[in-house]
Design a protein around this ligand. Structure first.
Ligand code: UDP
Length: 476
């Protein structure tokens, strides 16, 4: 069989970059050639992976690209703090097409795996007569649900209930209920904007997209994998959890804002399953009022905790409520900025994960066998929450009802403290922990030789090796 060369093109967000790098590590460890095309501010972890022995190719292209109106210092998704910047950022990502195609011309790979936010890569792949696989960075459960909500007409395929806010999503393996404010607000808008246009381009790109690689494993959501492939009718390969592709995977994304030895020493000093780890990913921010509520909830829960607090870009002053750190000195560790999340989650002292249900965080919680307190904020996180709380039975919701990326608020301290208590010491806590441990075992097995994800990757490699580009006649 010939050595396949796969080019991976992530977007500029840690939640999209981290699993793509894991994927490149996985491919090289399975004898494939992998090259990542990325921008300067995201190249450091790849360089680090190369230094630690992964034979991954790296090509860096400037961002913002030539011709973009984006300010030079805006280089990643978490800096899109207002609609004007967001719209310029989307425009800048489109301008990457030309430089990326020049790189492809040099590399001449056999396949492109590219992020959902780069739909033009489907055209690029067609130009080079190679397949494009899409990467949405989420699981099948959320992919199936997302397909139910159409842009501008998101309520067309759902069932209204007697509660004017609540909807039921029909036709999936479970009956799932959401409230309308949990849905992506871009979809609810009747007129087009840059985001709805982007989603339309993503949908359109499926005409030239060969399939999808999914960071998941069969045992976690097999009913939804089947639905996605057989009812929605997309080719897809679940090859994860990608996190488990490498033993050297504790260090991910940015530099930690805490000395890792100090963090481990703190965790070592605690009893097994006694610490609540609280982190909301790389993009979300809370309002000051919500930070105060969260602090009060952690204090009221009586549990030991690690709280990762992200700064709001525009805030000058400290964003941890005044006096809080002193009051909780023996019980709480506060990390301002980037935490070594996977290292923390895998520590025996961690007994619960308060998470925004970003898919990477959700899978990391699953892989570490830690029950979750679910606090979704935006994107498909409200869908992921349902998977954890209603399908897997490994978490309890704080009950957030509103999609908000920035300055999120509205969840009261009592709701958080109650959910934390239920997961840590409630009547069902032991059973939840046992279930979480079972999924941890299944995840490990899935990526081992002859495991479901291992075999899915074999199938994908075979299919790519036999790929024949469609002729013009096939396309018409
Ligand atoms: N992450 C981390 N430390 C932090 C915050 C996030 O290591 O302080 C990692 C986390 O482990 C996960 C990723 O960043 O791999 C976040 O991705 P996710 O899909 O959970 O959320 P997003 O950031 O996209 O909202």
């Amino acid at each position: 069989m010939k050595l396949l060369h796969i080019v991976l093109i992530p977007t500029m967000a840690q939640g999209h970059m981290i699993p793509m790098l894991d994927m490149a590590k996985l491919f090289t460890s399975r004898g494939l050639r992998a090259t990542i095309i990325t921008t300067p501010s995201f190249s450091a972890p790849i360089t680090q992976a190369r230094l630690s022995g992964f034979n991954i190719g790296l090509v860096v292209t400037p961002f913002p690209p030539q011709g973009s109106s984006l300010p030079q210092n805006i280089v990643s998704f978490d800096q899109m703090t207002d609609p004007d910047l967001a719209s310029k950022f989307l425009g800048a990502m489109e301008l990457l097409q030309e430089p990326v195609e020049e790189i492809l011309q040099q590399l001449r790979p056999d396949c492109i795996i590219s992020d959902m936010f780069l739909p033009w890569t489907a055209d690029s792949a067609a130009k080079f007569s190679i397949p494009r696989l899409a990467f949405y960075g989420t699981g099948f459960f959320a992919r199936c649900l997302s397909e139910k909500f159409e842009i501008h007409k998101p309520l067309d395929n759902v069932t209204m209930t007697s509660d004017p806010e609540a909807i039921l999503v029909p036709g999936l393996p479970h009956e799932l209920k959401f409230v309308i404010p949990q849905l992506c607000p871009f979809f609810l808008e009747e007129t087009a904007n840059d985001f709805t246009k982007m989603f339309e381009k993503m949908n359109e790109s499926w005409k030239k997209t060969y399939g999808e690689v999914v960071n998941s494993f069969d045992e976690l959501e097999s009913g939804y994998a089947n639905h996605y492939k057989n009812v929605i009718g997309r080719k897809a390969w679940e090859i994860g959890p990608l996190l488990l592709c490498s033993e050297k995977n504790h260090h991910r994304g940015n530099e930690s804002a805490i000395d890792e030895h100090e963090c481990l020493a703190w965790l070592d000093s605690k009893k097994p399953n006694s610490v609540v780890y609280v982190c909301f990913g790389s993009l979300a921010t809370f309002s000051r009022a919500q930070l105060t509520e969260t602090a009060a909830a952690l204090e009221a829960s009586g549990q030991d905790f690690i709280w990762v607090v992200r700064k709001n870009e525009r805030d000058e002053e400290d964003w941890v409520p005044l006096g809080f750190e002193e009051r909780v000195r023996n019980k709480g560790l506060i990390i301002r900025g980037w935490a070594p999340q996977v290292m923390i989650l895998y520590h025996v002292s961690v007994g619960a994960f308060v998470t925004h249900c970003g898919w990477n965080s959700t899978l990391e919680g699953v892989c570490a066998g830690v029950p979750m307190v679910t606090w979704p904020l935006f994107a498909e996180q409200f869908f992921n929450e349902k998977l954890v709380t209603e399908v897997l039975g490994t978490g309890v919701s704080v009950g957030n009802k509103r999609w908000m990326l920035r300055d999120s608020e509205g969840v009261e301290r009592e709701a958080v403290a109650r959910a934390v208590e239920e997961v840590m010491v409630g009547g069902g806590a032991e059973e939840m922990r046992r279930r979480a441990q079972r999924y941890k075992e299944m995840a490990k097995k899935a990526v081992e030789e002859d495991g479901s994800s291992y075999n899915n990757l074999n199938d994908l490699i075979e299919e790519l090796s036999n790929y024949v580009a469609p002729t013009k006649q096939d396309i018409n």
